[in-house]
Design a protein around this ligand. Sequence first.
Ligand SMILES: Cc1cc2nc3c(=O)[nH]c(=O)nc-3n(C[C@H](O)[C@H](O)[C@H](O)COP(=O)(O)OP(=O)(O)OC[C@H]3O[C@@H](n4cnc5c(N)ncnc54)[C@H](O)[C@@H]3O)c2cc1C
Length: 399
Amino acid sequence: MLDLALTPDQKQLVETVRDFCSREFAPRIAADDRAVRHDPEIFAKLASIGLPGVCFPQRYGGHGLDYLSLGLVCEELEYVDTVYRTVLSVHVGLVGCGIYTWGTEEQKQRWLGPMARGEKLACFGLTEPNAGSDVASMQATAKRNGGSYLLSGQKVWVSDADTADFMLIFAKTDPKAGARGVSAFMVDRAASGKALRTEPIEGRLGIHAGDVGSIFMTDLEVDEADRIGDEGDGFKVAMGCLDNGRYTIGAGATGTVRACLDASVKYAHERKTFGQEIGRYQLVQQMIARMARDYEICKLLYFNVAWMKNNGLRHTREVSMCKQYAADAAFNAANDAVEIHGAYGYSAEYPVERYLRTSRAPIIYEGTREVHTILQAEYALGYREDRPMKKSLPKYEPD
Ligand SMILES: Cc1cc2nc3c(=O)[nH]c(=O)nc-3n(C[C@H](O)[C@H](O)[C@H](O)COP(=O)(O)OP(=O)(O)OC[C@H]3O[C@@H](n4cnc5c(N)ncnc54)[C@H](O)[C@@H]3O)c2cc1C
């Protein structure tokens, strides 16, 4: 049964991360964002308190906490800024949980271990210039070359592309087979030489303190042992990874809603018009009430998904709702928070203008609003149903 009470370990974790974020990240984020300055120490800082291994068993270098703990951490990170949550989302949610689900024992030791211990940062290369929502139309290829593959093609809009050590890359082993022709590979940048090049994408609306970039591959040799899943499993691997990434986005967006609520309540008490504080006006209260309500709804949505993950239940539909609802709620909260702050909301003097810019991306990535609407409608209409999965995220077992 879904239990909303946090365990003592989870409470301690929330306190530790909240305190850490308020000391290490909060004091610098406004300046980094304004200067469009990527903070290269983000991952090392997250690693200094063990977050890259939060939900992985100790035998893989993790801390053996459950999946709700991962969500709680994401909420706390994004309370300060999306950029911190994004690093953990991609590293733990997309790539780490992907290897934990699909990797062989050897692959878990080789890739997941260094990731969970915080020694290596990972990114997730799925999107291409001409393939985003329609990922099966990707053009990157992986050609057999004896006991290895040669990967060629381009990936774009990859979070941490320019800084990651490890990359989970998707490419076609059979270009004529559509989704069934996609395979997944782990790539080690250090062993890639000139066959791999990355560069940052500039001129972004938000996530200024983060790294989003492109990956270029030309006959990049990847050993057969570094293929994740069988040949042709890549699409299924990607979809499984997205079920985990979307959970971290939903939990993170919950943090943005709370940040907007706190900032708005504070300002509504401070600012006076027509002789009284603006919090007294019902139209302002309406915006604050929606943030308060959405915070509770978002929390319930991600707690529910966490419970399903902990119990090894399929949750593609529920995590889609969680991600889509929470990402929209965060953007709406940020928009209303700007409104409540009046002209000051339009200024970098207050954090809410940053929340408005950074909360837009989570609506787009890991499935746009439209993609999730279609998915949920298809479930409701009976056009889509869950078939048995070849591999699913291991349910939570205490170490
Ligand atoms: C900040 C940021 C970070 C990202 N990080 C990563 C990452 O780490 N790794 C990675 O692989 N990718 C990443 N992405 C890419 C992201 O996942 C894609 O941008 C997203 O999937 C949408 O693809 P697209 O941009 O090609 O849009 P398109 O697929 O071209 O869609 C354009 C518009 O058409 C709509 N549309 C498309 N198809 C349909 C349809 N069938 N019905 C109705 N409407 C439709 C879409 O909803 C959208 O509004 C990131 C993107 C951003 C902005």
